[in-house]
Design a protein around this ligand. Structure first.
Ligand SMILES: Cc1cc2nc3c(=O)[nH]c(=O)nc-3n(C[C@H](O)[C@H](O)[C@H](O)COP(=O)(O)O)c2cc1C
Length: 245
């Protein structure tokens, strides 16, 4: 059997973000199994520096949807979980005898949260569901922090909606392996390799939404990279005790 036929690998290769969900109910068995996949995640230095906040209250959902930039999926998805970097619990266990505020700890909190969130999405996808990460919660990070009553030395890194899909986009073409992965040292991709991927992306987006054909890969990147949408993040993190040194 080819490795490509492995069910886990097939699930990963078929990933697309799902933003519209059917009425099919997630069973308790499925939800708990997914939560156990979250628990099983690797964690730096065994700090377990993540807390998940599962949002079930429709009013809290509605506010989260608004704070995330009016994303309907946050309100409508069967499940919406927020992954928070969390040193508060470890600080408590250590009775305050800790040295927090290092930028490295911020990286650890983000890494652990992202790895756990991906484990959750992969578990959900393995059960036939789909989902979408929600970085949009950081657009109003202060309000989200307050709404979820998060203590100091925690912050919401990202959210995840999931459930059974009503609509699935075609798989979005990623960078080819020759560009993605180099050997032993960094390799600049050639102009030809970049141009070929540009053409692939233009074709994908134009077929997906013919009314709004994509001009170029550059046109996709520029709006995000030319203007930072969340310039307040550093001040917020500092206020919460992160990245002070
Ligand atoms: C950390 C992170 C945050 C994201 N935030 C959002 C979001 O707020 N809203 C959204 O619709 N998609 C969000 N996405 C989904 C990406 O847009 C999506 O993964 C990317 O365009 C690739 O498409 P695909 O997942 O369908 O292959 C996020 C993805 C990641 C990894």
């Amino acid at each position: 059997m080819s490795a490509f036929d492995n069910p886990t690998i097939k699930t990963q290769h078929n990933h697309v973000s799902v933003r519209e969900f059917s009425d099919r109910v997630i069973t308790e068995d499925e939800r708990i199994a997914i939560l156990e996949s979250a628990r099983a995640s690797s964690t730096s230095c065994f700090l377990q520096a993540v807390t998940i906040v599962r949002i079930t209250d429709p009013e809290v959902r509605a506010k989260m949807a608004e704070y995330a930039g009016n994303q309907a999926q946050v309100k409508n998805a069967p499940e919406f979980w927020v992954f928070c970097a969390d040193y508060h619990r470890d600080e408590r266990v250590c009775e305050g005898e800790v040295d927090l505020g290092w930028t490295e700890q911020l990286l650890v909190g983000c890494t652990d949260s992202a790895l756990m969130a991906q484990n959750v999405l992969t578990a959900a996808e393995a059960l036939g569901m789909g989902g979408c990460f929600i970085g949009g919660i950081r657009t109003n990070i202060q309000a989200v922090h307050q709404l979820l009553k998060l203590p100091k030395n925690t912050f919401p890194v990202l959210g995840l909606t999931f459930g059974f899909p009503a609509v699935r986009n075609n798989i979005k073409p990623r960078l080819p392996v020759e560009i993605l992965c180099c050997e032993n040292e960094y390799r600049e991709p050639t102009d030809e390799e970049l141009a070929a991927y540009n053409d692939t992306l233009v074709k994908y987006y134009t077929e997906r939404d013919p009314a709004h054909p994509l001009a170029s890969w550059k046109a996709k990147l520029e709006p995000t990279l030319k203007r930072e949408r969340r310039p307040f993040i550093k001040d917020f993190l500092n206020e919460q005790g992160w990245a002070l040194k």
